[in-house]
Design a protein. Structure first.
Lengths: 118, 113
């Protein structure tokens, strides 16, 4: 398993501003993921962040709105830019930890960042 | 298009009885399925998984059943305990090797003491 921390745990922001969320892992991992959980909805993958390469964004998410950094194997940031009330969500980072099998691995999640945009 | 569906948003069960949480999927390319448990103010915690080559996987009080022909999986918790009260998400992963998980909308389980 992996221990994952996120900062901040929650924030209330004004429309038009930006917030950077940090994700720290206690071990080196190749693949990190950023998810969003809107109220009453499922977890939706925003992007996959591998160290040393550009993040890969899912349909409906763009780099200008959600820039991601992955400077090393234990850390990543997600920025929510030019925020609107529709961005109010829980943002979660996760990492994939191999159990030694080539195909079947589990993702472990951080505690999440609860963002409210006014 | 919701590829992974949990049609029951909530479920209440008496302590000691069996909890059965259901999940349906539409994409036949999914070959790995997981269940996560989420407490308020915490991230989802991995619970149990099953690959498409199996129809059952058991871990203590938790058993996951997979019916590929019906594209249906279920999580059985027996006996249920008040500490099991949480939101349960099922997730599915396709065979494309991208390691992307598609999550359901969750079922809130309440175990009554």
């Amino acid at each position: 398993s992996a221990v994952i921390s996120q900062k901040p745990s929650r924030d209330i922001c004004q429309r038009g501003t930006s917030l950077t969320i940090q994700c720290q892992v206690d071990s080196q991992v190749t693949m990190m993921f950023w998810y969003r959980q809107q109220p009453g909805q499922s977890l939706t993958l925003i992007a996959t962040a591998n160290q040393g390469s550009e993040a890969t964004y899912e349909s409906g998410f763009v780099i200008d709105k959600f820039p991601i950094s992955r400077p090393n194997l234990t850390f990543s940031t997600l920025t929510v830019s030019n925020m609107s009330p529709e961005d109010s969500s829980i943002y979660l980072c996760s990492v994939e930890v191999s159990r030694g099998q080539t195909r079947y691995n589990e993702q472990f999640f951080g505690p999440g960042t609860r963002l409210t945009v006014l | 298009d919701q590829q992974v569906k949990q049609n029951s948003p909530s479920l209440s069960v008496q302590e000691g009885r069996i909890s059965i949480l259901n999940c349906d999927y539409t994409n036949s390319m999914f070959d790995y399925f997981l269940w996560y448990k989420k407490y308020p103010a915490e991230g989802p915690t991995f619970l149990i998984s099953i690959s498409s080559i199996k129809d059952k996987n058991e871990d203590g009080r938790f058993t996951v059943f997979l019916n590929k022909s019906a594209k249906h999986l279920s999580l059985h918790i027996v006996p249920s305990q008040p500490g099991d009260s949480a939101v349960y998400f099922c997730a599915a992963s396709p065979t494309s090797g991208t390691y992307k998980y598609i999550f359901g909308t969750g079922t809130r389980l309440k175990v009554l003491a």
